[in-house]
Design a protein around this ligand. Structure first.
Ligand code: NAP
Length: 271
């Protein structure tokens, strides 16, 4: 599995990690398939997808419980756990409650990376970043970052934060190139902020044009459409966190981890 450096840190994460949105429910907890999701996470880790992305919002906390159950079968050092704080919790007191609850559900004493899930409408970026720095200082997480931040929000965050903001997790795929078009990818690259691509498969919705192009490269490379879609990101140094609860899909995702496209293929797919 190819590794990509996280921000300016010493950490190198697998190009393909694992998303967990929908495991154990989306907006509400769903306890009906916990074992399946735990098995999926364990399979992903076994295959090198050791970066697990979750959030307190997912399944109203139940997704973190599922990740915690999987973690109880693993060495903590084997995995890199990212979670996210919901923007309405970004005052100091609520944020401490949030991170402590997240750690309890995850059955661990620290996160590897803690992100602001979305910019807050109520708390300024400066104050939100202060709260994240305080959480870092208390040792609840090794690194902090943001998600869904625009260039100007990120600029404010970077200017204000004492600690490095190591990533901006944003929607990014061969189908949805808005992070490129807005200049966000370029800005992040020039400021040592990793882009972590969420919905890197665009939830499997590809336009006819994109799908045909992916199929062309896939058949040449003896790979699949899914793998070429992920390789399009990896080739540009972008980390991705596709979600799957199906063992066969996870195998397919992990096998994309070493796939790099050449210039001709990238030109054909469009950068
Ligand atoms: P995604 O990863 O682009 O797509 C997930 C969908 O693709 C699932 O329905 C999955 O179904 C299917 N899939 C995965 N591998 C497949 C394969 N090999 N063949 C066929 N289908 C496959 O979308 P996402 O879940 O929105 O994004 C990924 C992760 O990013 C999330 O889980 C979450 O952790 C994170 N995220 C973050 C934010 C944010 O605001 N920061 C927002 C959205 C998502 P199966 O389970 O059946 O395989």
């Amino acid at each position: 599995m190819r590794k990509i450096q996280l921000g300016n840190t010493r950490v190198h994460l697998p190009a393909i990690g694992l998303g967990t949105w929908g495991m154990g429910g989306k907006f509400q907890a769903d306890l009906s398939e916990d074992e399946k999701h735990v098995r999926a996470i364990l399979k992903a880790v076994e295959l090198g997808m050791t970066h697990i992305d979750t959030a307190e919002f997912y399944g109203q906390g139940h997704t973190e419980e599922i990740v915690g159950k999987a973690l109880s079968h693993l060495n903590r050092e084997e995995v890199f756990i990212t979670s996210k704080i919901w923007p309405t919790h970004l005052n100091y007191k609520d944020a401490l409650n949030s991170v402590k609850s997240t750690l309890r559900r995850l059955r661990t004493d620290h996160l590897d990376l803690y992100l602001i899930h979305w910019p807050s409408y109520e708390v300024s970026t400066e104050r939100s970043i202060d709260v994240m720095n305080a959480i870092l200082d208390k040792g609840y997480t090794r690194y902090i970052g943001v998600s869904n931040f625009s260039v100007s929000e990120l600029e404010t965050a970077l200017m204000h934060s004492k600690a490095p903001i190591v990533c901006n997790q944003v929607k990014c795929s061969i189908e949805d190139r808005s992070a490129f078009e807005s200049g966000l990818v370029e800005y992040c690259k020039s400021h040592n902020v990793s882009i972590v691509a969420y919905s890197p498969l665009n939830r499997m919705e590809f336009s006819v044009e994109v799908k045909e192009k992916l199929e062309r490269i896939a058949s040449k490379r003896k790979a699949t459409v899914v793998q070429i879609a992920l390789a399009w990101l990896t080739t540009q140094g972008i980390l991705s966190i596709p979600k799957s609860s199906e063992e066969s899909h996870i195998i397919e995702l992990s096998q994309a981890g070493d796939l790099i496209l050449n210039n001709e293929e990238m030109d054909f797919l469009g950068r």
